[in-house]
Design a protein around this ligand. Sequence first.
Ligand SMILES: C[S@@+](CC[C@H](N)C(=O)[O-])C[C@H]1O[C@@H](n2cnc3c(N)ncnc32)[C@H](O)[C@@H]1O
Length: 264
Amino acid sequence: MADPAAPALADHVAENRRHWDADAPKWVASGERAWAQTEPTWGIWGISNEELPLLSEDLAGQRAIELGCGTGYVSAWMHRRGGSVYAIDNSAEQLVTARRLAAEYGVDDIEWVHRNAESVPQPDASFDFAISEYGAAIWCDPHLWIPEAHRLLRPGGRLVFLGNHPLAMICSDADGALPVGTTLERDYFGLGRLDWTAAAEDPGGIEFNMEISSWMRLFRDVGFDVADYHEIQAPPSADATRFWVPATWARRFPAEQAWQLVKR
Ligand SMILES: C[S@@+](CC[C@H](N)C(=O)[O-])C[C@H]1O[C@@H](n2cnc3c(N)ncnc32)[C@H](O)[C@@H]1O
């Protein structure tokens, strides 16, 4: 049921809700596999948490939020590490899968919330840790969700997020033909809003990305320090095309980025 206290949805939030509600059945199997994993892996190449340490081994005593939790496996990994987890997603259908898997795994104390991660109904400074893997990280307006994540964290709290590298976006066909190629298809400067609603393949959804310098400036202006920045390379063992990225491409160029930030 819709939350009567929720603000009216901006057009990108409404479109992304429609898109993800329709797409949710396609993500059930991968969600089930990820819930079954004992160790976290990250991004389209499944990089281990040992190699790309985005999640601490011990979250005991910490309150953690996942911004755009989808099927909820990152929340499950945080819960297993002892975190007290609040998981928010814009798609009721994705949350159906998350809640079902939580019940199957006997997890009854993750709070699953159907809302836009740009506006979270929680008090200031109420979390120690925030994370997004391809959730708010790519589907929310950075000028809204980054300040919101900052508001939600206590001073010293950490925000980790992983999503598309801007280089992969400018090498993606503007008409949405897949996969990513080696031609610069759109401007780097002013990247901003990426509207896939009329895409030639797999249409739907509105994403956001920015020049690396704009991400850095936003973090500084909002009050985050950058603790680490990762440009993710496909491992030698990767061979196929995953989603829209051939492994051969992602061994040469970064398809994904991950930021680790600390609230000043
Ligand atoms: C690829 S999933 C990422 C989540 C998770 N890592 C997974 O793969 O299941 C993208 C999720 O972002 C969610 N999302 C999109 N826009 C959002 C918003 N404004 N607020 C919260 N979640 C949003 C979608 O509903 C979808 O479940």
